[in-house]
Design a protein. Structure first.
Lengths: 505, 323
């Protein structure tokens, strides 16, 4: 890395109707540097990326490429000078081949015809450079998220990009896949590519970045050497206040066993899963992606049908066929994908929260949309401290962290709940909101719920859970107590059946 | 004033009502004040009673994100059945005939719902098949015979009374209440807005879907009976193609084909709008050959306006979210 600047943005201001999305921000990228861009959701990172790539021309400010001022009127302009972005959710064509995805928009042609041979060869070469182990002719939709991301990176490379922007590249990757990504990023850096990446994960930044720039509330806060700033200071820069305790795990007197899962199996998915959770206990369920953690819990909640095994609640065998059965018994799942499964985004918060209890409300009062319902939703939303203006605000208007709080409120609408299962509760949520969600999870345990938390994030699993079950390949490979658990033990268990596995510690 | 204007343009029902009133006045003036008579308005409702009734069922189907194009087949099957029952002097009790038509309609709808909800067949494919089957049944049972005016004399007394108006009014009131204030209505909207979220929130999606198609069939059966009663005859080819009018009325009324959005009031206004235009064309001197063309233009025009207002609303919501 040299001190020579490849990209510089000065005094960028971007205004959307009614709001300043970026207010006089600066940014400097050195040649061959990995530069982290951090900040809470809504800090303006994504808008900033779109300014760099020419999607949003800024109202004010200048962009310099290698010292010369440039003006981007669209992504074509930025691509032409070698700037490419890889977005958080791979924006791919699932039914097309990897090659077609890589060369979408800049196909190699032979006169008027596609030169498939050359494209396949070039794609194979690019993938080889990234050490990818799949065929360029394979269909995009059959690849894992991590592999799709590799394709996106290959696509960026195929345009001879000198600056690659990675937007939350590790958000949907497992620990192992993240390591693979780190390797690729380092390799690209060594080849002289400059990289900007956005991430909520501190590990990413420490692993990769040389410098970090922090935005907060659309403003530029500062640029720091990664080695010269403590985590606490960095969090403070991002959040604007100090977070004293990231994982406020309360001391809870753990009660009797509430839920017990015995030898639950689903052909083709998981086998002989046994686990239990007690009142007031926070039980973690972790493992690599593909360990089938979510699948197990979906069966427990009646979303899919297990082929064998039983679920007991307070010692009683349950017959669960639909999510409603599970809810009536007192088990609720807070799904991972808040947009697809958790909330109805176009609806007001109030209606979202009371959706699971429509029939119960109707028993109190035949017609819904009444005072009882509104008061109930207001109370529930207050109990999770949602920063919303009213219960009529659409769920789509909230940030990820606040949406997650609404999902929690929704799960509490039924007052007979005993087991709360959270699937990746802090995925895509920023640091400040994460701490708040952990506090809410702690409160749930305090109130005596048995909490089961599926998570791939090691720190939160270690920070919040009383016991940690680890899964690998559809089987539970071990259970660790809070006191004995550490990152290494969990990883060993998570890879136990993968051949190259390490002996259990 | 500006806020008032925004309120009008931001609410589909209000803007549609205003357009409707203006349209009504214009037509009334152009036709030399022949349009606003009570008889004429009564005619408008009666002539479009079938479309209006079925648009309620279609509203629910569309809100869940589905579609039902088999409804006029159901209508013909139910209508033909009760026509034949009278033709061969088996039953002449008006109430009983209505109940039979409703039952046939509900059964047809239930079958559709079962195939769509449990079999996971796409609604348009399922009801496309069902359209031919139910229409075909109407032909088969009648052996391509009609039930003529003489056959259904006593039954058509109901059609000439205030009966159809009362049924129409009742249906709209019931649907208004159900869709706005009951858990069932809320569930229908929930399924259309986000099926997975609804399922995970403990809603029995299959059951609600089956109910929605069954109700659609029930109303088609009712429309079949009304058709026989109002027009005084039953033919196997009755009301062919009218399902598109029903869908058009919903769409004009602001129902989203993608599901999740639409109201009873909007549907009513959409239906009336459609009916007024239809009735007005000859009065303002346009011949019948123009009707299809005008209908098409109106549907497209309204849909384009819908898309534009929706886009504006989305933009406003986004602006609020952006920080």
């Amino acid at each position: 890395m040299s001190d020579e600047l490849i990209l510089e943005l000065k005094g960028i201001t971007k205004i959307f109707p009614g709001v300043k999305a970026l207010n006089n921000v600066h940014f400097q990228l050195r040649k061959g540097e990995v530069h982290a861009l951090m900040g809470e959701n809504g800090a303006g990172k994504s808008t900033f990326i779109k300014v760099i790539t020419g999607v949003f021309p800024p109202e004010e400010g200048q962009i310099f490429l290698e010292g010369k001022e440039v003006v981007f009127k669209g992504t074509k302009d930025s691509l032409a000078v070698g700037i490419a972005a890889v977005y958080q959710h791979p924006t791919t064509y699932p039914d097309l081949s990897v090659t077609e995805n890589i060369f979408m928009g800049h196909q190699i042609k032979n006169g008027p015809f596609m030169n498939w041979k050359a494209m396949h060869a070039k794609a194979a070469e690019l993938l080889g450079r990234l050490n990818a182990d799949f065929d360029p002719k394979s269909e995009m939709g059959t690849l894992s998220v991590a592999q799709q991301q590799m394709v996106e990176i290959a696509k960026a490379l195929s345009t001879n990009a000198r600056i690659i922007i990675l937007d939350e590249p590790t958000a949907s990757l497992t620990a192992n896949e993240s390591k693979e990504l780190y390797r690729i990023v380092k390799q690209l850096r060594d080849e002289g590519v400059s990289i900007i990446f956005i991430s909520h994960r501190m590990e990413d930044m420490y692993e990769l970045a040389d410098r970090v720039t922090v935005f907060r509330d659309a403003q530029y806060i500062g640029t720091y050497d990664v080695n010269g700033i403590t985590t606490a200071d960095l969090v403070k820069a991002m959040v604007g206040r100090e977070i004293k305790d990231m994982y406020p795990k309360p001391e809870v007197k753990i009660g009797d066993e509430v839920i017990r899962i015995e030898n639950l199996s689903r052909v083709g998915y998981y086998k002989d899963v046994c686990l239990n959770a007690r009142a007031g206990e926070i039980v973690g369920l972790t493992g690599l992606v593909g360990a089938r953690r979510t699948e197990v819990m979906e069966s427990v909640c009646g979303i899919t049908k297990p082929s064998a095994g039983n679920v007991y609640l307070n010692g009683e065998k349950l017959k669960i066929k639909t999510p409603k059965d599970a809810m009536d018994a007192g088990i609720i799942l807070l799904p991972e994908d808040r947009h697809k499964e958790g909330l109805i985004l176009s609806w007001g918060l109030g209606m979202n929260v009371t959706l699971p209890v429509q029939d119960k409300l109707a028993k109190i009062h035949f017609f819904n949309d009444n005072k009882t319902e509104r008061e109930m939703s207001r109370d529930l939303l207050e109990s999770v401290d949602t920063k919303a203006v009213t219960i009529f605000d659409p769920a789509s208007s909230l940030s990820g962290g606040n949406q997650q709080k609404v999902v929690v409120a929704k799960s509490l609408a039924n007052d007979n709940m005993k087991v709360i299962i959270l699937d990746e509760p802090t995925k895509g949520v920023d640091v400040g909101a994460k701490a708040e969600i952990y506090a809410i999870i702690g409160e749930l345990a305090l109130k005596g719920y048995a909490v089961i938390m599926i998570s791939s994030e090691m720190p939160e699993i270690l920070g919040m859970c009383d016991r940690i079950y680890v899964m690998c390949n559809g089987r539970v490979t071990g259970c660790l107590d809070r006191a004995e658990a550490d990152q290494e033990k969990i990883l060993n268990l998570a890879m136990l059946e993968k051949g190259k596995a390490v002996e259990q510690a | 004033m500006k806020a008032f204007l925004r309120k009008i343009t931001g609410n589909h029902e209000v803007s549609l009502a205003i357009i409707l009133v203006v349209l009504f006045l214009v037509v009334d003036i152009l036709s030399g004040f022949k349009f606003h008579g009570i008889e004429n308005i009564g005619d408008i409702f009666k002539n479009n009673a079938l479309t209006l009734i079925m648009s309620l069922g279609m509203l629910c189907v569309l809100i869940t994100g589905g579609i039902d194009i088999s409804i006029t087949g159901t209508l013909a099957f139910a209508g033909m059945t009760i026509g034949l029952l009278q033709k061969y002097d088996i039953i002449h009790n008006t109430l009983l005939l209505f109940v039979i038509a409703l039952a046939i309609g509900a059964a047809c709808g239930f079958i559709n719902g079962l195939i769509i909800a449990k079999g996971k067949v796409s609604p348009i494919i399922c009801t496309l098949g069902a359209m031919y089957i139910y229409r075909g049944l109407a032909y088969v049972i009648s052996n391509n015979q009609w039930a003529s005016g003489e056959d259904v004399t006593s039954f058509s007394k109901f059609g000439n009374s205030a009966g159809p108006y009362i049924i129409l009014a009742l249906a709209f009131v019931i649907y208004f209440v159900v869709m706005k204030w009951t858990p069932f209505g809320r569930k229908v909207y929930a399924i259309g807005s986000n099926r997975e979220a609804a399922r995970i929130s403990g809603i029995n999606v299959d059951r609600v879907e089956i109910a929605v198609y069954t109700l659609m069939g029930l109303l088609a059966g009712l429309a079949g009976a009304l058709s026989v009663s109002i027009y005084g005859s039953a033919q196997p080819n009755m009301q062919t193609g009218k399902e598109m009018d029903v869908i058009a009325a919903c769409v004009i009324g602001g129902v989203a084909m993608s599901g999740g959005r639409g109201t009873v009031v909007g549907t009513l206004l959409g239906g009336i709008f459609y009916a007024v235009v239809y009735k007005a064309l000859p009065l303002v001197g346009l011949e019948a050959i123009w009707q299809n063309l005008i209908k098409g233009v109106i549907i497209l025009g309204v849909v384009i306006i819908n898309v534009l207002t929706q886009r504006a609303m989305n933009r406003q919501a986004l602006a609020r979210r952006e920080i």
